[in-house]
Design a protein around this ligand. Structure first.
Ligand SMILES: [Zn+2]
Length: 184
């Protein structure tokens, strides 16, 4: 059941819909119309401009950090642990209703080739879904010969990147380990 504060807020919105609701609906519609997801890196971008995350980035990096969602990118950016490009998958392989093809994995491989990337750091969550996804990406990257590493095992089991404190993130990055495939 909704609590009384939520109901009061709702009543307020309805009573003052011209002053409050209309501008809000208008700006949401604007966002819906003008913002889309970059087909290459998964970041949100303005429809009228290139993507600041992958195209217009003034810095040239040789690393890409792969995350599940934008909140994970923000956590890592805010902690200043990592300097490099980001790649936002848009979920995990096993997350509900997600098919592998919906995740931006093909475009990750394209970016690795196009931008002469030397290291891909997979920063998916320490959940079964996150680790399954990491394994799948590592397998797909095999042919590119790029170095693939994964955040250190110090991540709490079930830990989602966006909810980690800076200290844990820092040591997970610092102690990241290279994934060596045992076949071929
Ligand atoms: Zn992009």
């Amino acid at each position: 059941m909704q609590n009384i504060n939520e109901i009061e807020e709702l009543v307020k919105l309805i009573n003052e819909r011209d002053e409050l609701l209309r501008p809000m609906t208008k700006s949401l519609a604007q966002v819906y119309k003008n913002v889309s997801r970059c087909n290459s890196c998964g970041a949100l971008k303005s429809n009228s401009a290139g993507c600041n995350n992958c195209e217009n980035n003034i810095n040239k990096f040789n690393k890409i950090c792969v995350v599940e969602n934008i909140a994970d990118q923000w956590s890592i950016e805010n902690s200043s642990i990592y300097k490099g490009y980001f790649h936002i998958l848009g979920g995990t392989i096993s997350s509900a209703g997600k098919r592998k093809e919906d995740l931006l994995i093909n475009s990750l491989i394209e970016r690795v080739k196009k931008d002469d990337i030397e290291e891909v750091i997979i920063a998916t969550s320490a959940t079964v879904e996150g680790q399954t996804t990491a394994y799948y990406i590592q397998d797909r990257l095999k042919k590119t010969n790029v170095k693939v590493s994964k955040l250190a095992q110090g991540l709490p089991v079930g830990g989602e990147i966006e909810s980690l404190d800076d200290g844990t993130l820092f040591s997970a990055f610092k102690n990241r380990s290279r994934i060596v495939s045992n076949s071929d």
